[in-house]
Design a protein around this ligand. Sequence first.
Ligand SMILES: *[C@@H]1O[C@H](CO)[C@@H](O)[C@H](O)[C@H]1NC(C)=O
Ligand SMILES: *[C@@H]1O[C@H](CO)[C@@H](O)[C@H](O)[C@H]1NC(C)=O
Length: 466
Amino acid sequence: TAVLHCQNVFLKISFSFLKQKVFLLLVCVTVVWSDTPGNCLYEDIRGTWTFQETERSGDSSLSCDELGPVVHTKTFTLSFPDTATDELGNEGTWTLIYNQGFEININERSYFAFSYYEGDWLEVTSYCDRTFNGWSRDKTVRNWSCFSAQKNTKVAPRVTRRPVQRNADAPYKNDRDLVRKINDRQTSWTARVYPEDEKYTVGEMYQRAGGLASTLPTRPSPAPATPEQRARVSLLPKSFDWRNVSGESYVSPVRDQGGCGSCYAFASMANLEAQVRIATRNQRQDVFSPQDVVSCSVLAQGCMGGFDYLIAGRYAMDQGVVAEECNPYDGSDSQCDTDTACAKTYVSEYVHVGGYYGACNEELMLQALVETGPISVSFEVYDDFRNYNGGIYHHTGLKNDFNPFEITNHVVLVVGYGADEATGEKYWIVKNSWGANWGEDGFFRIRRGTDECSLESMAVQVTIIP
Ligand SMILES: *[C@@H]1O[C@H](CO)[C@@H](O)[C@H](O)[C@H]1NC(C)=O
Ligand SMILES: *[C@@H]1O[C@H](CO)[C@@H](O)[C@H](O)[C@H]1NC(C)=O
């Protein structure tokens, strides 16, 4: 999903040594984290909020670092599952963005802000009853304003502590024993050693996999399918692959994100690239710039991560995306220097599959995939996944030494589905961003219908303006 980043911190450890002498030992460690460290949950956000909003006279370059004079005060009540109601009784919708913030769409305007927090990944206090300054604009993306929001009822601050990862700067080593175990103990998928991964540090390998997962007490399970959803799915083909629709591929080439936690940007660009190909019957075969997102978007955290909903969706609607050559990938948190003369490509709509975060399931994903094109998804990367070679992946749990950094949050693009002819095991076909040499030509297959590694919990679909 998201994503991650690295920050050097110094741990001060004092030792008493030889009677009265005290030495301060400075140990450099690296913290890998994902997204913002904030951690706000559905029940924290549900309820009634007061929004303080500035004049609606800005454009898409509006910075909301400073709020400015407030001219609109709005009251929005966010209720289950996704209904937003204003003080006049007008209705709209809202969604959580994972545990990071929320978006409201009401009265032809859209509001987004990150939930407020203080601290950093090691120790953060989330104040889920208020937001950082957020951005609001109308549906036509013309009239922008800033806002800040405060919930009308208090939410107790939530302190989250995460462990320091001590070996992040050490060179990464393939776990050859794990690879052997995977190949010995099950036949669904095969593992292999990737010697080229050993150019990365342990910390970079975590970034590559989306960074440390947010420690959510619960993630939504897939919403149960309704009879109507099942009936619609029964009309879909038994297998489908956007890489081969009557001999044509609508999927752009596989790329490599390197050691930066930019999976969300690659998955978002891959989503938009496929949408452009489908909408233009392959007349346009754009490759978009993930670096523009990493360096320029205020809706993500650069190499520390971000969300496809906010990038393939909101960023592509608000700011538009540009071609790779307008800001070539350097895999770092470089200054924003996208060529401003470059043409932009936009989306007109974006949505969590099912309508809001929490509504996703296999049936809705199948339908969205076939009817609208590839969809980006987030899932949890366990250690065994790095060594995936081919077959239908499931988490083996064969690496059982407890490691709090083991689970990471990765964003990728689902491009098809099928079932194994011999075993009947159902799978998704998914495009990764670890180069074409990884897995099945840069793709992997993963168990379908069981929310494997939470892959069916948070899919995003967009409508491109070709
Ligand atoms: C909305 O934007 C248009 C075009 O930029 C501008 O002419 C208009 O004054 C704006 N409306 C408000 C309420 O600021
Ligand atoms: C695409 O699918 C068709 C029908 O299943 C198959 O005959 C063909 O070889 C495939 N093409 C490619 C490039 O994989």
